[in-house]
Design a protein around this ligand. Structure first.
Ligand SMILES: Nc1nc2c(ncn2[C@@H]2O[C@H](COP(=O)(O)OP(=O)(O)OP(=O)(O)O)[C@@H](O)[C@H]2O)c(=O)[nH]1
Ligand SMILES: [Mg+2]
Length: 399
């Protein structure tokens, strides 16, 4: 997989040096400024951009990746949308996705930048129903780039915002001037919007990583529990039976082993999780810093709030895990271990231990689900309090 968290199993060290990869798809009708935006993002002319007939050829054009902050960014330019070519266009997109190893467009393109010519300020039916709505329904994060901003009058600017807000309320709208163009009155337009776009791109990547972190943690946790159970039972098999140790020795050995196995394995899961989470937060801090003008006090309070919520979740989880572990240890100590050398008893004890471990696994797993839900809620909280504040500022034009 391209942008991945496969290193979630790795050491903290390896993770801190990891660069994140994000793929961005630039869409929009022909002539709205897609290729000009590619050039602006890259900081050099790598795509042909000019006025007149449709310029960029049919298909999706992947440009070489470049670095932005700690991100590796890969941009795909696209064939301009036209009302009579929507079906061909969609077939091409499907073909492009088939070349990747992702089933879900949102996992390949973390961000779609939809270019909207602010000067013209209209959204056609075919764009809405056949392109935008479908992308949204597939979980794709769309940023609207309101292009040719430097050419717009105040009236055109508010018309653009109004139209987009009406159909896509809450989406981020970023004024873009990709080129600096000489106007008739001898003034030149000023390029703008690059930083804002990258900030939003980081936010989208963060969302994607969090979603995947959560589903992976869940998966990893189930494996860990299964593995821990097997390890304990294997140990039991190797130590019990006719000729091996029995009685107090066996009991103590199994109790010690169970406790160690579970602690170590779950601790490892937790460390992986938090190392990765830290890194995601690092990335968001970069984004946060990039947004100037946001009240520093508000920012500080929100961060404190997140940190304390997260700490509570972790403490809560650790406490309940301790309870489970002690209940299973109590059960193990309660077994009459002295007669364990007899084979049929050995087997029925094994079954009892296995059932008890299953019960423990279910409880721990349920609890981790609750934990991950809280992480998701914390994320939503961050969004609501912080990102929305920033976006609202941009969308109302104060930016
Ligand atoms: N002032 C200004 N002009 C722009 C901007 N974006 C694009 N243009 C101009 O609009 C024309 C079309 O730009 P392109 O970038 O080629 O548009 P496109 O969307 O790639 O078009 P196709 O490849 O045909 O789909 C060019 O003349 C650009 O200079 C912008 O942000 N500001
Ligand atoms: Mg083009």
């Amino acid at each position: 997989m391209h942008t991945d968290i496969t290193n979630v199993h790795g050491s903290k060290n390896r993770q801190t040096t990891k660069n994140y990869n994000t793929n961005i798809l630039i869409l929009g009708k022909t002539g709205v400024g897609k290729s000009s935006l590619v050039n602006y993002l890259y900081g050099q002319n790598i795509a042909i951009a000019k006025s007149g007939k449709p310029v960029t050829e049919r298909g999706f054009h992947r440009h070489a990746p470049f670095m932005y902050r700690s991100l590796t960014v890969t941009v795909y330019d696209s064939w301009g949308l036209e009302s009579d070519k929507v079906n061909e266009w969609r077939r091409d997109l499907t073909a492009e996705l088939e070349r990747t190893d992702t089933d879900n467009i949102a996992d390949w393109f973390h961000t779609v930048i939809y270019c909207y010519d602010a000067k013209r300020s209209r959204l056609d039916d075919y764009e809405k129903t056949h392109i935008l709505d479908e992308l949204v329904n597939n979980g794709v994060k769309i940023i609207f780039a309101m292009t040719k901003w430097g050419l717009c009058s105040e009236r055109e600017k508010s018309a653009a915002r109004e139209t987009l807000n009406k159909f896509y309320p809450g989406f981020s709208l970023i004024p873009i001037e990709s080129v600096s163009q000489k106007l008739r009155n001898q003034t030149t337009t000023v390029q703008q919007g690059r930083e804002e776009l990258f900030n939003e791109i980081c936010i989208n990547l963060r969302d994607n990583l969090i979603a995947r972190l959560i589903s992976r943690t869940r998966e990893q946790n189930l494996n860990t529990l299964k593995k821990s159970k097997e390890e304990v039972l294997e140990y039991y098999d190797s130590k019990s039976g006719f000729f091996t140790i029995y009685g107090e020795n066996l009991k103590n050995a199994i109790i010690k082993h169970t406790s160690e196995v579970y602690r170590a394995n779950l601790k490892r899961d937790y460390n992986d999780f938090s190392a990765f989470y830290d890194q995601i937060n690092d990335m968001s801090r970069q984004v946060v810093r990039a947004y100037t003008g946001l009240n520093i006090d508000t920012h500080g309070k929100i961060i404190d709030d997140i940190v304390s919520r997260y700490a509570n979740i972790v403490t809560g989880w650790e406490n309940s895990f301790r309870e489970y572990l002690s209940s299973i240890l109590m059960f193990l100590s309660g077994l009459p271990w002295l007669i364990i050398q007899r084979l049929w008893i050995t087997r029925s004890y094994r079954k009892k231990i296995e059932n008890k471990l299953d019960e423990l696994n279910r409880k721990v797993s349920d609890d981790i689900t609750v934990f991950l839900d809280s992480v998701q809620n914390t994320e939503n909280h961050i969004k609501e309090k912080f990102l929305n504040t920033m976006r609202a500022r941009m969308n109302s034009g104060k930016h």
